[in-house]
Design a protein around this ligand. Structure first.
Ligand SMILES: *[C@@H]1O[C@H](CO)[C@@H](O)[C@H](O)[C@H]1NC(C)=O
Ligand SMILES: *[C@@H]1O[C@H](CO)[C@@H](O)[C@H](O)[C@H]1NC(C)=O
Ligand SMILES: *[C@@H]1O[C@H](CO)[C@@H](O)[C@H](O)[C@H]1NC(C)=O
Length: 779
């Protein structure tokens, strides 16, 4: 009872807030696709967890998946088909040693696969945490088998010790670039290249200060470069800001980069990067707030264009719990590269004895420019490799690796902002729409197992849909995209899922297909279906920028469905809202229907309670959806309702479990609305004295006049009284919490309550309900 009230408050409150806030910052997905309608291909192996390392082997038609103590080779076209697997478990000895060092034998002392890359000879390079003693190995796929070579290479500095620590890595020209901690305690962060001459970062807080590594990417900046520049490797991470003039720790997002040909210095910076430069990365979500922190990036390059046009799509989340916004910002590589190539540096200045302030450096900058790759100009000066760099340049970069200027996103604002589930991963695909233009479609994984599909149309944020990929909800830990299969692959702790880029067939009408504004889909007039652009030769109706559904032919009239009901019975007429942004309304006999206590509007239908003869007739449910250009109306459902001859004990037709129903959120809202209407109805009944005073009547006599209304509300909720016996039956979820169970024998709807009436656990239940009462007394 009380829990019910609090639940309804919790469900309705956010709803009210989102409705009220109508802020452009908060973008609502047009559709929410529940798990059972996604038709994802799934992979999971009994007893195996942590599927968070993935390698696409399009050349072998495989998805190689790294989990805890195991690797799998799955069919790239259908990951539910397993071609091969191989175990990589820690030995008892390793486990004991790990345990003796104080780590948990059941979780930390296992081998979590963390690194998986393709080598030039087609083998794969694999590393695992290996019971806090990281190890690497080579793996090949031959004759339908995955084979580990058991080389036992040291994985220090390549792979984290701690499976819970974030890391990043990339394979470039057969050299592994890794960003991780290189010691047991996790206190020595490095960015390292493992090559014949291994190069790494200096252990200095000005280089890496308690970092969290996010991702890495390479950029072919040496290709046809007029300056004779070198290729770069970029690293995205977060760290505690050294430059912050503040008392509290402040975390900032960074991008750093190194040159591929860096060999370190001769005396200064021996075997260390001479080209490590970093800058702050801004994603201005709201002004005057703590900076948002980066969580993942996706490098997008047009193969036909210069690398300067490559983009980094990055997701950001707040660093404090005070906000639940997540954002996508996009950065152009040329903007990043310009800051490193031409920008000013920051320099530490001692202010007091132990305090250092970082300010812009305005003194002379040595030549060659500190942190620059070896280019033609340097070569002309006789400097052919980083080993030839003068000490002055090296000393400068050793002390001042931080750029003064922060990097701003394209358009200086986010591409997408969303309130709710935290963004975890992103991939981006570019697709040509029917209008001939190409659009970036963002696929964003969240920590609630959903994936958002979103586009920014000329500055307008639009979320096409939100898809529930994992059930029960669990964070998406990895997200990959294959342009060969045109499928997305997601991994979580408990399994992996594969879905196509678009499922156009989910739109059943032209209007829905066009209002979806999905660049992958269009309406085929001839076959009368929403189909993928790529599979269709005929001209399709699509309007991604405007969502102009007036292009659609007139829809076929809806076939009315017959329903009959006994007087006094309840009936639900279903009308699932075609989208989260559509509003539905009802007409009876072609006249707008006014909701009342007996005719209740639900989010997905209409509820007729205690039907009477006057309730018969024709019912029509109409949806109105606002698109960018116009408002569109469609008939969603039509019913012919007949009232049967009177029979008091009558049938009760009540909503079946939703087969086709809305998302969980939808259901919650429905229940919330139900509860509120019930409250109103009951409060009115009490007021009129139609119903007996419920069990906690002791309270009633104490009620002061001003608390009367509130008291009535409380007690009415406590009692799932006659008006809605079916509700309890329908939703056993709630009845379990009914602390009025001791009271069941007083109610008339005994049959309905019997499902709820676990009288035996009353003491426990009462305890929790007491808390609820406490909570409410404060409302
Ligand atoms: C591995 O998966 C289990 C089961 O979901 C989870 O509890 C655990 O936190 C995961 N471990 C890591 C290191 O991610
Ligand atoms: C750099 O290379 C050029 C030509 O390859 C050579 O003549 C020159 O001596 C080299 N300079 C150094 C410092 O090694
Ligand atoms: C897929 O992308 C890669 C680069 O990421 C490109 O080389 C390749 O041509 C693309 N393949 C297809 C079929 O588009």
């Amino acid at each position: 009872m009380h829990p019910l009230l609090s639940l309804s408050v919790f469900w309705l409150l956010p709803l009210a807030l989102t409705l009220e806030e109508d802020s452009p910052l908060d973008c609502v997905p047009r559709k929410s696709v529940p798990y059972h309608r996604v038709n994802a291909r799934l992979f999971h192996e009994e007893g195996v967890f942590n599927y968070s390392t993935m390698l696409l082997r399009e050349d072998l038609n495989l998805l190689v998946l790294g989990a805890r103590e195991a690797l799998y080779a799955l069919d790239l076209n259908d990951i539910s088909k397993k071609h091969a697997s191989v175990k990589w478990e820690v030995t008892e000895e390793q486990k004991t040693e790990c345990k003796n060092k104080g780590k948990d034998p059941e979780t930390e002392c296992k081998n979590y696969i963390r690194i998986l890359h393709t080598m030039e000879d087609n083998r794969m390079y694999v590393c695992g945490t290996n019971a806090f003693d990281p190890e690497c190995d080579y793996m090949s796929y031959a004759d339908g088998k995955l084979i580990l070579e058991k080389k036992g290479e040291d994985g220090k500095g390549k792979c984290p010790f701690d499976p819970f620590q974030r890391y990043a890595s990339i394979m470039v020209d057969n050299n592994l670039y890794s960003a991780t901690s290189m010691n047991f305690l996790g206190s020595e962060p490095i960015l390292m290249r493992s090559s014949p001459v291994s190069i790494r970062t200096e252990f200095k807080s000005s280089w890496l200060n308690e970092p969290n590594f996010v991702s890495m990417a390479q950029m072919p900046e040496g290709e046809n470069s007029e300056q004779g520049d070198d290729d770069k490797v970029y690293l995205f991470f977060t760290e505690t800001a050294v430059e912050c003039d503040c008392y509290n720790k402040l975390v900032v997002s960074r991008v750093a980069r190194v040159c591929k040909g860096d060999l370190g210095g001769k005396r200064t910076l021996q075997r260390k990067w001479t080209s490590f430069l970093k800058a702050r990365l801004d994603c201005p979500v709201l002004e005057s707030q703590l900076p948002y922190i980066i969580q993942d990036t996706y490098r997008w390059c047009d193969p036909q264009q210069h690398w300067k046009n490559c983009l980094f799509f990055a997701i950001f989340t707040p660093q404090s719990d005070t906000s639940d916004l997540s954002a996508v910002c996009v950065y152009q590589v040329s903007d990043i590269s310009r800051v490193f190539a031409e920008g000013k540096y920051k320099t530490p200045v001692p202010v007091e004895t132990s305090f250092v302030k970082w300010v812009m450096y305005s003194g002379d900058v040595p030549v060659p420019r500190p942190g620059a790759c070896i280019n033609n100009e340097a070569r002309q000066a006789g400097i052919n490799q980083s080993l030839d760099l003068p000490d002055r340049t090296l000393q400068f970069i050793k002390d001042k690796p931080l750029m003064d200027q922060a990097i701003q996103p394209v358009g200086e604002k986010p591409l997408l902002v969303r309130r709710g589930a935290t963004f975890t991963r992103i991939v981006v695909n570019r697709v040509q729409a029917a209008d001939g233009e190409k659009y970036h479609v963002m696929f964003i994984g969240t920590d609630e197992g959903t994936m958002l599909k979103a586009v920014n149309y000329d500055g307008e944020m639009f979320i096409i849909e939100e898809i529930q990929l994992f059930q029960p909800p669990e964070p998406i830990k990895i997200l990959k995209f294959s342009n060969v299969t045109e499928h997305l692959y997601a991994g979580s702790e408990n399994g992996a899922a594969q879905i196509p880029l678009a499922s156009c067939e989910r739109s059943l009408s032209c209007m829905d297909c066009v209002l979806a504004r999905d660049p992958y889909c269009g309406w085929d007039k001839v076959v009368g279906k929403c189909v993928a652009l790529s599979n269709s030769k005929s001209e399709l109706i699509q309007s991604v920028k405007d969502g102009d559904a007036s292009l659609c032919p007139n829809a076929d009239p809806i076939k009315p469905m017959n329903r009959s009901i006994w007087p006094g019975g309840n009936l639900k007429l279903s009308c699932p809202s075609p989208s989260n942004v559509a509003k539905t309304s009802w007409e009876r006999n072609s006249r707008p229907l006014t909701p009342s206590a007996r005719l209740q509007l639900l989010q997905d239908g209409l509820l007729i309670l205690n039907a009477s003869d006057s309730d018969g007739g024709q019912y029509r449910c109409v949806s109105v959806e606002r698109s960018k250009t116009d408002e569109y109306t469609a008939t969603v459902a039509e019913y012919q309702v007949r009232i049967e001859g009177s029979d008091r004990g009558g049938h009760i037709l009540f909503p079946q479990a939703q087969r086709d129903g809305p998302s969980v959120a939808g259901l919650q809202a429905v229940v919330g609305l139900l509860v509120v209407s019930l409250l109103v109805l009951l409060a009115w009944n009490f007021y009129k004295g139609h119903l007996p005073v419920p069990w906690n009547c002791g309270k009633k006599s104490e009620q002061t006049p001003e608390s009367h209304e509130e008291g009535a509300v409380h007690s009415s909720v406590s009692h799932q009284e006659p008006p809605r016996p079916a509700l309890t039956e329908d939703k056993p979820l709630m009845s379990g919490r009914d602390n009025g169970s001791s009271n069941n024998n007083h109610t008339r709807g005994e049959a309905a309550f019997s499902a709820a009436g676990d009288v035996n656990d009353a003491p426990e239940v009462n305890l929790t309900s007491l808390q609820y009462i406490d909570d409410e007394s404060e409302i």
